[in-house]
Design a protein around this ligand. Sequence first.
Ligand SMILES: Nc1ncnc2c1ncn2[C@@H]1O[C@H](COP(=O)(O)OP(=O)(O)OP(=O)(O)O)[C@@H](O)[C@H]1O
Length: 339
Amino acid sequence: MDNQIIGASHGLAQTMEQVSIVAPSDLTVLIRGETGSGKEVVARAIHEQSPRADKAFIRVNCGAISPQLIDSELFGHEKGSFTGAAGVKLGWFERADGGTLFLDEIGELSLAAQTRLLRVLQEGTLNRVGGEHEINVNVRIIAATHRNLADMVNVKLFREDLWYRINVFPIYLPALKERKQDITALANHFSKRAAKKLGLPFIPITANQIRMLQAYNWPGNVRELQVVMERAAILGQGKQLNIEASLGPTFKGTAPLTAPTSSENNKELNSIDNNISIEPLEKTIVSSINNALKVTNGKISGEGGAASLLNINPNTLRSKMRKYQITIKYYPSDIQEGH
Ligand SMILES: Nc1ncnc2c1ncn2[C@@H]1O[C@H](COP(=O)(O)OP(=O)(O)OP(=O)(O)O)[C@@H](O)[C@H]1O
């Protein structure tokens, strides 16, 4: 179940077609897609459908490499080649030899690191730091980025020669908001996974809940949906999927999918861009309190109570409830509707 690619024959059909075209070759692939959209999932699929499937798949997060250690990370080092080099260390290229090297977030590499990477890609050979022999490596490169590398080339933040070398077969991975038809299957997949992990019964998502998930923009893409479903399963404790509460804080901060009318714009919601919206503070306070009371089934104080969820004193919560005329009497029946 874990390696399954949900939406492969729906929202990701075009992407997966490209995967099956390029996988058998040794071509370098560049996957472009927003954060959390499934770039690593696609990279693994390419590897698994390639003749290298039984060899290593090594993922490197290019954003997490210290510039001082880049040579040692790329090429490895010999024992004693610098202070702290206690033994021989294999670099990424040697570890991935015969297999696939997945350079995730390649747009985050420093210019110095780009130069080093270009060298090994061009020459196909490397020297370990402190090493005397040239080592041949046979590695298939898959790179990924959420950035527009062409723009980065224009402003000289990304080397043009490296860009040509990695942009051989580009694959575009659509954001989740562009393939909302996959949301139901993804949500059920993650709900099943969460139930298994938490030892709870699997609860399928309802039509109402699907509408709610589809009304959201998903700036964090599939990864965000995964988290929302996991939280919904925990909050629902095997009795229901508590989607509204799980989505609550995020959902309330979502810009409407259609542009607000000017009167809405002035009175209710000031939409600044696709992902940011501003509500009157009182409205946010009231909805936070309501959400906390829903999650706790109306329990105000003590462990697992709404006050502790909101990180305020129970007396402060009671006084705010009086001030905003918030009552709890309707929560238990509301929660059973399974929204
Ligand atoms: N189509 C899919 N089917 C099933 N699970 C998916 C799918 N797409 C993404 N996921 C899951 O969503 C999570 C995020 O995916 P992944 O790590 O591949 O995204 P990413 O684009 O590489 O993220 P980042 O930009 O942070 O590197 C992972 O747990 C992955 O298993």
